[in-house]
Design a protein around this ligand. Sequence first.
Ligand code: PMP
Length: 392
Amino acid sequence: MLNKFLTHIAQTSDDPLGLEIDYAEGPFLYTTNGKRFVDFISGIAVSSLGHRHPKVVEAIHKQVDKHLHVMVYGEFVQQPQVDFAELLTSNLPKKLEQIYLVNSGTEATEGALKLAKKYTGRTKLIGFKNSYHGDTHGSLSVTGRDVYRDPYLPLLPDVHFLEFNSSANLELIDEKTAAVIMEPIQGEGGIIPAEKEWLQKVRKRCDEVGAMLIFDEIQSGFGRTGKLFAFEHYKVVPDILCIAKAMGGGMPIGGFVSSKEIFQSFKYDPPLNHVTTFGGHPVSSAAAHANLQELLSGNYLERASVIEKKIRSELKGKGIVEVRGMGAMLGLQLESWELTKNVVEECFEQGILLGWTLHSNTLIRLAPPLIIEDQLLNEVLATLLEAVEKHS
Ligand code: PMP
């Protein structure tokens, strides 16, 4: 199968992991040759409730028996969309009262940028260095890494990048600014949390000049940091919130959330000025609803904090520079690229899937599913620590 994969599936690198997946369940992936892997990156922060959570699978089955796609977004009343939207918004601050549903993270970013431009009538956008917002053109335009941007220039005009966690040049956020977009915890940039006071300052500056503050919580959302959304740690509410990844419990779905007043601007000049055929697909929405119900009814958020404490207390010693992040969205910074590579490979051999972030090669991403039990967590951490000791 690997050969056919390499032949027929467009490749994005010369060395894909190439695991041949048979099935996945809870914290585990099983390959066609009978090997079991602990998925310690949750499909990159997606399967927070583990793979194929029974409640999510049940909701998918139920919806498949009712209807699949019936109409483009926003025309028909589809119960799974309404159920999800109601539950989500009732757990968000008041001004985040409506959601526009899409299929992925990058589409959430695209929609949020368009909404901010339309509502404010402005074009200037502010992003942050080292950020990541997705790989379509609008998202790439506000992504703060030149290596990924340069091959695709020109991108959107009037985009400016500030240093993350620095108050220098905040005056660049001005009356011409449509939006400031940021991840409250930079994910691909190396798991870097924003500083609370700084984030509050950015919020204040946006309010002063009437710029929309967009939080990209595509990676940090849905319980990963120990709160439903990371912004709750900061007591800063965005004007527009982008979500995806763990939202669908393993199904593709995303969204951007804002106020009714702001969303009004999508209705005119021209009408229907943002349309998607599949956005908020009923099966994905049903999965998202079941996923959120489960997330809110279990002790998953506390679990994220317990996982953080455990990881921080265990992963210490030679070769380890620091553990950073929040909850179960952590990065293990090691001393060198070689050590990082060896540790990831050694753990892979031992049946533990770890990963790099896109923008750093000395950081191991730790994003276990929130359902991981203590015993398995202890086993993984022991193996990881042994690998660091062996190779440093
Ligand atoms: N924003 C952030 C913060 C992300 O981590 C990602 C995905 N890694 C995206 C946007 C893009 O999401 P998607 O891959 O679903 O388009």
